[in-house]
Write a protein that binds this ligand. Sequence first.
Ligand code: C2E
Ligand code: MG
Ligand code: MG
Length: 406
Amino acid sequence: MSSIASAWPALASEGRHLIQDALIAIRNHLGMEVAYLSEFVGDRSVFRYVDAPGLEHMIKPGDSLPLADVYCTHILEGRLPELIPDTASEPVAMALPITRNVPIGAHASLPIRLPDGSAFGMFCCLSPRPNPSLNHRDLETMRVFAGLAAKQVNAELEAHRQGHARRAALDAVMQGSNFSVVFQPIMDLARLVLVSCEALCRFNPQPYRSPDKWFQDAAEAGLAVDLELMVMETALAGLDSLPDPVTLSINASPATILSGRLEEALVSRHLPRTVLELTEHAMVPDYAELQRMLAPLKRRGLKIAADDAGAGYSGLQHLIQLQPDIIKMDMSLTRSLDADPARRALASAMTYYARETGAILIAEGIETEAELATLRALGVGRGQGYLLGRPAPLAALIGTPLAAAA
Ligand code: C2E
Ligand code: MG
Ligand code: MG
């Protein structure tokens, strides 16, 4: 059997196992030697999944056969039945050389259908010997397994199509720098004055997707660092318009910091009024290396913020290892903390931790007066959220009362 280039996206491991398990189960149930799932590619049938213990030299994934030589088209067009307990009783099968050459004594095959009804390929079992005991019930059992396999195939094809479309959209965005940066105020909660603002990216293509989704797409395409640095350059330009002593917070992933390209991107920047936010959502594979990369930037005045603190899986370890200058308490802890003693206790603990480690605490996502009042009462120094100001173009921040210069 010849091999042809794979047009088939490699299935995620869960889907791969499910199809393989379905082939094993039906092959054992029917007592046959070979089970496979094939795809029609041009005028060939390509084996994508195969279960044929001991016969791997004869049939393996990637092998293919001309459609003209096999049963598939005859089954799809009704010249051969889906279930053939004994090929000797089917003249169309006997006329095909493959029946004698393999040989094929018993055969059961069902189409894997795409959503438009067309056949993607076949879900098939065969044996070199006839098996007169095979009956309608066996075929119906096989139909259940073929249905499961078809569901996996269609889900994977759809995911592949969506991934393709997202990649094309990402390439277009990056080529045309089709994004803008908005700025959200960070306020001193006691005096309600502007002390900082966070640069947040907005990608222009419609329908709107939040920036973390675009960064996730970029990460999957291996372009996360390029995109982050591109956005960062636009965000950093905002610092020129911010009056001293207001600082600018920019977001970065561990991957960008560990890439070693951050220092180069910040080489001509004035860093004492710049904060780098590192989310707790992304895993840091090596904190020592991260600190090594950040050290020269910190020496130039860059401050480090632990973003989304209290939301990620690395939790307190992240805070201990990162040793941030600023801790941004995740909005899931801010939400309704006025009515929730557990959240209040955690916010209070964070206030204590920040004070003991010399860090500034910022509560994220403040939406109500009650949340604001409670945070103030707990001694949380700074806050950010829709109540205090939504992310907006820089011009919208002008006029916000400022903290006096140090
Ligand atoms: P983040 O850094 O934690 O940013 C805070 C997010 O909370 C922003 O969402 C902001 O619009 C939203 N937010 C602020 N106040 C409130 C509030 O009171 N209520 C609610 N419900 N939400 C509030 P956004 O802009 O959609 O950004 C989501 C995430 O995407 C950011 O989380 C950050 O991780 C990432 N991101 C955004 N811009 C950039 C960027 O320029 N570079 C990088 N690397 N990541 C970015
Ligand atoms: Mg942030
Ligand atoms: Mg955050």
